[in-house]
Design a protein around this ligand. Sequence first.
Ligand code: ADP
Ligand code: MG
Length: 201
Amino acid sequence: ERRIRSSLRLAGLPYLKTLDGFDFAFQPSLDRAQVLDLASLAFLARKENVLLLGPPGVGKTHLAVALAICTCQAGYSVYFSTLDAMIRALAAADRAGKLDAKLRTYTTKSQLLVLDEVGYLPLSRAEANYLFQVVSHRYERSSLILTSNKSVAEWPELFGDHAIATAILDRLLHHSHVLSIKGHSYRLRERAQAAALATPI
Ligand code: ADP
Ligand code: MG
């Protein structure tokens, strides 16, 4: 129990939400059986990746966090970061001449790496190269979960350099589970409900 709590703390999750708290009925485009199968963590043993794609508010981060919690509970190490935070940390370490040590945070130090919010900000070629180094190191060695509001077809535009984008995607997708969520934002649903309650009849 203490080990699980410590591993959850080290994972740096933005919040703690589980699959039990996920309303699958609200998101019919999502295959519940596929998500539950991922929660069995067979993908982790097989070093496969998970891509959670879809517009804002459909539950990508929630699902990534829930899978990360399952992973911690099973005794594996997890590290969670936004893509942007990882790139900034690697660029800073690079400037300080400590890139190799910092790369280990995102490669060998965790059995599962979650990179949240791929695609919110475009990357320069140098920045995309940091992502390439992480992805190619983990390729067939350890799993990645990525979330993105952009479809995979849009990634080359984001990564500044088509050759690097192709190299990243090639490795990411080779052994992967891609879940495309096509529904409505849960955040807006909550807002709409709150507004409905606040409206006098
Ligand atoms: P995004 O796809 O933008 O990462 P989040 O996963 O952060 O969206 O979801 C936004 C908020 O709505 C979070 O508080 C999350 O827990 C909640 N949420 C999203 N989808 C569901 C769902 N199907 N059932 C329960 N809560 C959900
Ligand atoms: Mg999110």
